[in-house]
Structure formats: C-alpha cells, structure tokens
Design a protein around this ligand. Structure first.
Ligand SMILES: NC(=O)c1ccc[n+]([C@@H]2O[C@H](COP(=O)([O-])OP(=O)(O)OC[C@H]3O[C@@H](n4cnc5c(N)ncnc54)[C@H](O)[C@@H]3O)[C@@H](O)[C@H]2O)c1
Length: 330
C-alpha cells in the first residue's frame, strides 16, 4: 500500500502534536502547518529529523500555500483554530476570522482536489443546552451576539454547516469531530484550560482558583484516547458526512476536580472561589453540565475512552514536572 501523506493544520498544538506523532508511528508521512500562535515548536521538537516529517510555520489563511499542501496530501486534519475562553474573549476578531476563514480555505481546496478531511469542532457548539447527554443532532442554544464567548461556538457551528454543505453538494469526504474537554501532556493553562491550570497551581503550592461556585461539571478525556479516534475516523466510510462526539462521559464537578488534584499530587494548595465576572468580565455565561452521548462513536468506531481522570492528572503532572526540572539551571 502506498504511504499515506497527512497534513495537520494546527499540528504544533496540544492535540495536533500528539496526532502527528501517532500518524508518524503508524508509518504515514506528516506535514504540519502551524503559525505557532498558541502552538509551540517544543511540542514537535522530538519529531524534527524523523523521516517523513515536515513542519511549515505559516498560517492556514495563506490560501496559495494551503492549496499546495492540500494538493500534495492524502488526508487533511484541520485543527488550526483560536482556542481557550480567555483568548477568545480577548481577541474576538481573530477568533472568528481564524476559525471561519481557515475552515473555508481548507474545505474549498479539499473539495477541489477530493481529499478526505477532518474538521475539529467543539462541544461549545451545544452552547447553553441543559438536556444532557448531548447528542450530535440535538438542537443547540447559544447566547446573545453581544457576549463574545459565543463567537467561538457559533464560528465552529458555521464550520460544521459549511462542511456538511460540501458533503451534501459534492460528497466531499468530510468528518466533523465534536471534541469535548481533552486533556493531557503538553497542554498549558495559559489560555484558560482548567485541568493544566489546576495542576500547575497544585505543583507550585499556589491556590487553585475555581470560577463560580464550582458545582458546574465537566467530562475530561485523555488526549491519547481522542487521538486514537481521530486517527481512525477518516478510514471508516460510515463516518463520512457525519458529526461525531468525541470525549469522555465521566462527569466531575470542578470542586471535586480541584480536591482530587490536590490529593493526588499531595499538594499543600488550597481552593479559592472567584466569581465568573471577576475572571471573565461582566455578563459572562457558563453552563452547568456538559456530557457527551457517545453512542454514535461507539457504534461507528468502537470508541470508548480507556484512561480515567486519575491517569490524566498524573500524566499531566509528570509532563509539567519534567519541564520544570528541565528549566532548573545546573
Ligand atoms: N483541547 C480541547 O479540549 C478541545 C476541545 C474542543 C475542541 N478542540 C479543538 O481541537 C483543535 C486543537 O485544539 P488544541 O486544544 O490542540 O489547541 P492548541 O491551541 O494547542 O492548538 C491549536 C493550534 O492551531 C494553531 N493555529 C491557530 N491559528 C492558526 C492559523 N491561522 N494557521 C495555522 N495554525 C494556527 C495554533 O498555533 C495551535 O498550534 C482546535 O480546533 C480546537 O477548537 C479542542
């Protein structure tokens, strides 16, 4: 069988770098296109020099370059995006432009050259819906357009509409992966991701800051469970033209998450509660629960996450610890 050549946009990011490694290990050629806006070279440093690996530092909005890279690849994994609640609130224009224009560029060229493409979407698309677990075909409920938090959700939803429109009109072989909270090594707390933020604080003995009353729940999935699914998803014809939830359905409150991290890491840290408004500004809206229905990925992919919350926390702590050790001058 000829060697498959995969293009990963956003491949220097947290999930993309694990995917790049996994595809290379499976014998594929991998090109990463990333502008390093939230991604880091260090995520891929161990892959540089490996046969079949190439990193291009540029933006997916560079239409001519994206066209060339898509033309020469067999599979496209489109992960490039503005991410993180903090960044989205601080840079709303960039958020919308990167998400929507980037996906438009990718889908247009994939349609033209008939390439299989995965679009990374998000559970944020479900918005403020309260009926959990969320199923892919459920109605969605977002907030007012004056609340920038929802720009991410709506831009990603528009990506989904566009991808499904290409599937409908020309049978573009596209899959939309709606990712729920994904966590693991290489993720950083800097953009507002809760688990790395808590683990970093616990390792430093600093307070773990819980926004709101902490009774809101989330489900956290190990990045390697997600990557395994992403790697298979484009190879299964039944997945094409579909939106597919990926994540964990093990629900935990943010308070419970904080105490689990403190206990597991034997940390002297305390928990401190801060109102959402103080963290994200007036009028910030959050949702109480966010749980995926995993029936579709189970049926189509045989998907079931294998790693639990404890493994996630310990893997993340080991990764952060190794970076802290590496930074200590000899
Ligand atoms: N991590 C999660 O919990 C989660 C949940 C839902 C959805 N997602 C989606 O998964 C994808 C990957 O997210 P992640 O968590 O790895 O975040 P990340 O920030 O680590 O990765 C995003 C990558 O995209 C790159 N990028 C941004 N704009 C770009 C541009 N214009 N051109 C090229 N590269 C660009 C960034 O530099 C970064 O490397 C995103 O599409 C995100 O929306 C992630």
């Amino acid at each position: 069988m000829p060697q498959i050549h995969a293009l990963i946009t956003g491949g220097a990011g947290f999930i993309g770098s694990h995917l790049a490694e996994s595809l290379l290990n499976a014998g594929q050629k991998v090109t990463v296109l990333d502008d390093l806006s939230t991604g880091r070279y260090s995520n891929l440093a161990q892959l540089e020099g490996r046969e079949g690996f190439r990193l291009i530092i540029d933006t997916v909005l560079n239409d001519a370059l994206s066209e060339e890279l898509i033309r020469e690849s067999d599979r496209v994994y489109h992960l490039a995006s503005a991410v993180g609640v903090k960044l989205i609130l601080e840079q709303p224009v960039r958020t919308i432009e990167t998400i929507f224009r980037g996906t438009d560029v990718v889908l247009r060229h994939c349609t033209r050259f008939r390439k299989r493409v995965l679009i990374a979407s998000t559970s944020e698309v479900y918005g403020k819906g309260t009926t959990v677990p969320f199923r892919e075909d459920d109605d969605v409920l977002t907030g007012a357009t004056c609340r920038h938090r929802w720009a991410y959700s709506c831009a990603k939803a528009l990506d989904e509409f566009l991808a499904l429109a290409h599937w409908r009109e020309t049978r573009l072989p596209v899959v939309i992966a709606r990712l729920f909270n994904t966590v693991g090594p290489r993720q950083v707390g800097q953009y507002g991701m809760v688990v790395p933020r808590f683990v970093e604080a616990a390792l430093a003995g600093a307070p773990l800051t819980v926004y709101g009353d902490g009774q809101q729940t989330r489900c956290f999935c190990h990045v390697l469970d997600v990557v395994e699914a992403l790697q298979n998803i484009l190879e299964i014809p039944g997945c094409l033209g579909k939106v597919i939830n990926l994540g964990s359905d093990e629900e935990v409150s943010i308070n419970r998450l904080a105490t689990t991290i403190i206990e597991l890491l034997n940390s002297p840290s305390r928990i401190r509660h801060v109102p959402f408004e103080e963290a994200y500004g007036e009028g910030f809206e959050d949702m109480l629960r966010r749980v995926p229905d995993l029936e579709r990925p189970r049926q189509l992919l045989g998907y079931s996450p294998k790693r639990d919350l404890k493994t996630i926390i310990l893997d993340l702590a080991a990764d952060l610890n190794s970076k802290r050790t590496a930074m200590v001058p000899s």
